[in-house]
Write a protein that binds this ligand. Sequence first.
Ligand SMILES: Nc1ncnc2c1ncn2[C@@H]1O[C@H](COP(=O)(O)OP(=O)(O)OP(=O)(O)O)[C@@H](O)[C@H]1O
Ligand SMILES: [Mg+2]
Length: 245
Amino acid sequence: MRHEPAQSPHVLRGLAVEARNVTKAYGDRVVLNDFSLDMRPSEFVALLGRSGSGKSTFLRVLGALDGDVEGRVWVPRRRAIVFQEPRLMPWLSVLRNVTLGLPQTRAVKDHGLTTLAEVGLESRADAWPRTLSGGEAQRVALARAMVRDPHLLLLDEPFGALDALTRIRMHGLLRALYQRHRPAVLLVTHDVDEAILLADRILVLTDGRISLNAPVDLAAPRGLSDPRFGALRRRLLTELGVDAA
Ligand SMILES: Nc1ncnc2c1ncn2[C@@H]1O[C@H](COP(=O)(O)OP(=O)(O)OP(=O)(O)O)[C@@H](O)[C@H]1O
Ligand SMILES: [Mg+2]
């Protein structure tokens, strides 16, 4: 597998992500079965699939966290991942968590503070992670990803553990961050409405293959009152094997 620098073939072809014939197996169990994917720069793609369908594996392959795959993957060098749980270091302040792994210069610290302000948490820069709510901790995790100015942002059910109201606020925050910075985004989610609200394109993963690839062609602001929202929702739920009658 190759993760190439800027002048690689996929960049010359105008793509942010190019995955070709990727197969991933754990022993005899084939989890990803010969899938291919192109993503344009700044494209927002949501990935749906039943539990165990291979979504997180897919994301780990694009994040180069899982090297042992067949096929070819080109992704930007600047990429960042957010998981369902915030994964903050409890012994580091909020700001130090955001700038983790970066040189601790004045410029990096200032950029960290600016990014914390973007997620509404500048005033918590010196706080300890254990003093944050679940939603706040996840906003810090988003800031830690965005501070790297990623060309590819990988999100693995980032709002899955949050209550419904907090999740709605996080949708607004993610949309604002996306519109300001325009990374390519791959959002893994269980939530069909979240996918339709946020994404340009929705993929459904079934048995390790992309079984549906649907552009989301709805006018903003997207809402449940749009009949085409309901139609796409039913189509996705059917593909996921949920009776949506
Ligand atoms: N390290 C591993 N070793 C063996 N099998 C694994 C490993 N990681 C994942 N699997 C298996 O691969 C399959 C896909 O797992 P994956 O975590 O990608 O699913 P998922 O779609 O993200 O599920 P969920 O929605 O529950 O998060 C599962 O059957 C899982 O048991
Ligand atoms: Mg998963």
